[in-house]
Design a protein around this ligand. Sequence first.
Ligand SMILES: [Zn+2]
Length: 662
Amino acid sequence: MRQLILTASIAAALGIASGCDHSPAPQQAAAAPAPRPAVAEQVVDEHSYAEPDKVRTTDLALDLAIDFGKKQIAGTATYTLEWLDKAATQLVLDTRDLEIQKAEGLGVDGQWRALQFALAGKDKVLGSKLTIDAPDRPAQVRVTYATSPAASGLQWLEPSMTEGKQQPFMFSQSQQIHARSWVPLQDTPRIRFTYSAHVSAPADTMVLMSADNDPAAARDGDYTFEMPQKIPSYLLAIAAGDLVFKKFGDRSGVWAEPAMVDKATAEFADTEKMIDTAEALYGPYRWGRYDLLVLPPSFPYGGMENPRLTFATPTVIVGDKSLVSLIAHELAHSWSGNLVTFATDKDAWLNEGTTTYVQGRITEALYGQDMADMEHVIDRDELKQEYRTLKPELQRLSLKPGTLSDPDDQSSATVYTKGAWFLQFLEKRFGREVFDPWLKGYFDHFAFQSITTAQFRDYLKTQLIDKHPNVVTMQEVDQWLYEPGIPPNAPVVESGKFSTVNAARIAWMGSAKLPDKTITDAWGTQEWVHFLEGMPDTLAQAQLTQLDEAYRFTGTPNGEIAMRWYPLAERSGYAAARPAMGAFLERVGRRKLIMPTYKALVATPDGLAFAKAVFAKARPGYHPITTGSVEAMIAEAKPMERQEVPEALHPVDPAPQPAPTK
Ligand SMILES: [Zn+2]
């Protein structure tokens, strides 16, 4: 997923201490015997009621109907079960806000018979435990159920909230533990299963899943899907709406609303090249097709690596491909994550850290070292900012049991950036000629498994460190894995492009002379982001006006620039930005992009009133995840009157210090 990234202050405020020729046949890959874990350990998933050591799902068959009027998915889920514990006679499933109507077991005579079940009370984070008594240990169990309109893993959009404004839209976001709000299941990444689905919907609605979507499928309201590779539950995904397809090549293309599909196809035109680049590094793409689904702007994240069908925010479509590293990230998950994933949320870095590392390699290969360096600097600056206030226990790559009450509260700086930084450290020490084959071997060795940090550490020790002595010690490895903070041996990246940006900013701060147009004309999103991030906490009105007249920051269609400009404008009391700021917050629901502006607004009584008014209008279009974050920020606001800064006292030093007050 990309990206949960919130800045430190936001995180603190939220209580977060945030069809292809070269690939093997999917059936072959799925049927390969799973290697045994290299190390024996007790694996406990604190965020699931399921008991996969007793009985586990090997296949899930869904038969569902989508009802836009009721904002409901209803139907049956049938589990093929492997009973592992001879004494086990219960199947325990995770659910949240589901209405469970019936549970049945398949008898040896082929007849379905009713089973007793009990749905426990609701835990705020985990949902409700569903216990099904299955004394005969049937090979299959079937549950009949319906979702709630408030399902945390689904968003239902009225036609007015879509690009085309003709048809309603719905989509799922199952990660971290929201699959249980639309399917009762063993909702833990510890286990993997194949799945199939039959879905009915209004006849003019296209339905897609994280499965074998057919680009030529007739739009008739009746769809079937197969996912022959084993996936963890968080990769179960569905979307429905007025969606059309346009191809990039033989094995990739984009699904989007008709009004968006051409723009998306142009922006993401390098997708085939990205697949080729990743394959050259890490071996064949094993999932068949790789398609993108562009969602409405309310999608709460940047992207979600649903296998065969990446879900992506339209906020990265900015016209110059400068934000397509998001696609590199989601594609990278096809190796790091979807192929080799984490066993529990304590090991989330194995998913997002390795993916952020692979994303950097794809970006470097396609867009050059300068671009990769700039993105590393931006990420690491965010980490350093976040670590000023983040609880030390959330700075460990491998979390201790009990650290994380809600898996949605992972520190993105830790799991994404520190995780990638660790692999960049290993790469620098061993060199690519050694490290690259090792990482490729790691993906092959653990393919279609869910592993722990201990398993990763064991494979690293035996297959890399012991084979190349005197390069990296296990003490160094363990400092990365088990200690808070940034290890002293972390490699440093310098960006020549950012040196130019820093010089331009400092010169402007001192002289009010804007950098030469020939310099700024060559800047892309990353340079503008860095230009703004280096600004002091507040600027004078004259400075803001000068920047705005020159660069049109207010009203920018680029969310990465907006998420940095609007908070600066608001902290500085720059009222001219307010109308465009409000429109931005109403149009975009991607949490990372909008939370910094809400944070700046709620700091003053006048800003808080504005934030409440904007939120009231924006709320119907926001995803439940975004709504929850904004509600919490407004509820916990402690507004204070803005301290006016005399123009003469504005600091010329761009260090991120609070502005002096009168
Ligand atoms: Zn990711």
